[in-house]
Ligand binder design. Sequence first.
Ligand SMILES: N[C@@H](CCC(=O)N[C@@H](CS)C(=O)NCC(=O)O)C(=O)O
Length: 209
Amino acid sequence: MPIDFYTHPISPPAQAVVITAKELNVELNVKEVDLFGGATRAPEYLKINPSHTVPTLVDNGFAIFESRAIITYLVNKYAPESSLYPKDAQARANVDKVLFFDASSYYPTLKTAFVPIFRRKEQPPQEAIDDLKEKIAILEAILGDSQFMAGDKITLADISLAVSIPIVKHMFSGLLTEKLAAWYDRVGKALPAVQAYEAALAKMTAEQK
Ligand SMILES: N[C@@H](CCC(=O)N[C@@H](CS)C(=O)NCC(=O)O)C(=O)O
């Protein structure tokens, strides 16, 4: 049975799944959803994802949404030995810490800042920019002197965060610190799909203007 993957090419969280699946050699049966046409709110879609978002994965009848839950599931199920999500309890906790900080704090703050620009071509309130600046400083502190977000090996933590960095780079360029820019370049070198997504996103957003 194929693994159905409901996605949209513009979505950063969906790209985290695409990149992870590629790294793990897991084949996805891509089903592009008409995100801007409201397809995620159709009753059939809400049955597999009541949160009406992409990405959603349906693996042989097992439906799961939330990108970070999907990427950890893919490793657990299809590549349990992968160093992208180490088995050691503390090493794994370091990855989870970043995934949870990303999901609960950093990405929502970034979203508050970019939504006014993306949807209404308006500048966000200064408070939203200040909050984003603070979250970026926290990311830099998490990185510390390591090569990657959860130590010296690339993990799911880097994939999950890297997909939203193009938004910071192109909408809030002054906020990306040198250290984080260097980390993002390292991730892009290790995972060329990260660079490819940045290029594709730039093209898609230019076409939307
Ligand atoms: N926390 C979710 C966020 C997903 C998300 O916000 N997806 C956006 C596209 S980037 C979406 O589908 N929005 C449509 C909606 O909220 O109705 C995840 O990581 O999967």
